[in-house]
Design a protein around this ligand. Structure first.
Ligand SMILES: [Zn+2]
Length: 346
């Protein structure tokens, strides 16, 4: 493979997956339009236009390997940028998270990578598996990208970590807004998400080890975990359902400024977390059907989950379930419950 082939065909993800050794050494080259491309590892590529317009944009996907739609969306954007069909106005870093898990069509190989950020990769047993090492490499890539942005006097940071959920959702697309330690929630960001087709927002109430919290907390980036629908195998996604997110991400990269409609609270369903239910025993079970959609609510008093010594019930009117997964490792989160809330415009 020559650089010219990569530029002509743009198949960075394909080559990262099939011939990762090609990218074992960092590479830098320039496109015809003057954009500088840096490939620092398989699945990690950045684009810096000759006169970057201020935004340092990070788009990540495939942190869970079987969440294919966002991987396809990012792959298409990288192809368009490499082949010159799309010209970036801003700097943009693409991170294809878990390449080995993509190859086996699984969420992860050994460990859920979206519990390994903010240094969690090096705690406990340390960097003992590929997912832990990769989480650290992804963090380093963001740190480096933003540090370079500082040198170029870039003035804005964002990071959208794109996922699809394991199960259907009553609100098909939704985003998790990482905990902001008391700083205001930004309604302008919600307007951006709405333009991506995301009208349901979950406000996080504590620090986590997710990728989006890492960028929000350590780099003050506008960061979100964005769930774009239900997991399907590669090639089986109805891509028409992702048109809005494709178009909005394309505009974010290509347009010097985005024009978005004003915030209107009636456009959104906003939730805050009420209960975090961890699986602490082998014999843990959820008390609703496996295919119950995210954001389904249950009556007050309803038993949501049980394990020896504990019963978890609905506490408030409108309390709904999100991210149920009874099969998580012991000590990990098996279910979140959320309740409707409002945020003030700001
Ligand atoms: Zn995911």
């Amino acid at each position: 493979m020559s650089k010219q082939q990569l530029i002509d065909q743009g198949q960075f993800l394909h080559l990262s997956r099939t011939q990762p050794k090609l990218f074992s050494q960092p590479q830098t080259f320039e496109l015809k339009n003057g954009t500088q491309v840096v490939i620092s590892a398989p699945g990690i590529i950045s684009f810096t236009p000759p006169q970057p317009k201020g935004k340092d944009i990070v788009l990540s996907c495939g942190v869970h390997g079987n969440e294919t739609a966002p991987i396809e969306i990012c792959d298409d954007l990288v192809v368009a940028l490499l082949t010159g069909k799309l010209s970036a106005s801003h700097r943009v870093l693409f991170l294809f998270g878990n390449l080995p898990a993509m190859d086996i069509g699984e969420r992860f190989v050994e460990e859920n990578m979206n519990r390994l950020f903010s240094g969690a990769h090096s705690k406990g047993p340390g960097l003992v598996n590929d997912e832990r090492k990769r989480a650290k490499a992804l963090e380093d890539a963001i740190r480096h990208f933003y540090a370079e942005g500082d040198e170029l006097e870039q003035n804005y940071r964002c990071h959208y970590d794109l996922h699809t959920a394991i199960r259907a959702s009553k609100n098909e697309k939704f985003a998790v807004y990482p905990y902001r330690h008391g700083k205001p929630w930004k309604t302008g960001q919600l307007c951006f998400l709405l333009a991506c087709g995301v009208n349901t927002i979950l406000l996080s109430n504590s620090p986590t080890t997710t990728f989006s919290y890492f960028s929000s907390n350590e780099f003050d980036a506008d960061a979100f975990t964005v769930e774009l629908g239900k997991v399907r195998p590669f090639g089986e996604n109805d891509m028409s359902r992702f048109l809005q997110v494709r178009e909005t991400l394309t505009a974010l990269i290509a347009e010097p400024e985005l024009t978005l409609p004003e915030y209107n609270e009636a456009d959104f369903h906003i939730f805050t977390i009420n209960q975090v239910i961890n699986r602490t025993k082998e014999d843990f079970r959820l008390n609703f059907d496996d295919d119950t959609p995210n954001f389904t609510d249950f009556p007050v008093g309803y038993v949501l989950a049980e394990e020896p010594g504990a019963v978890y019930k609905v506490e408030q009117q409108g309390e709904a379930i999100v991210f149920p997964n009874a099969k998580v490792a012991l000590g990990q989160r098996a279910l979140l419950t959320v309740v409707p809330t409002l945020i003030s415009a700001g």
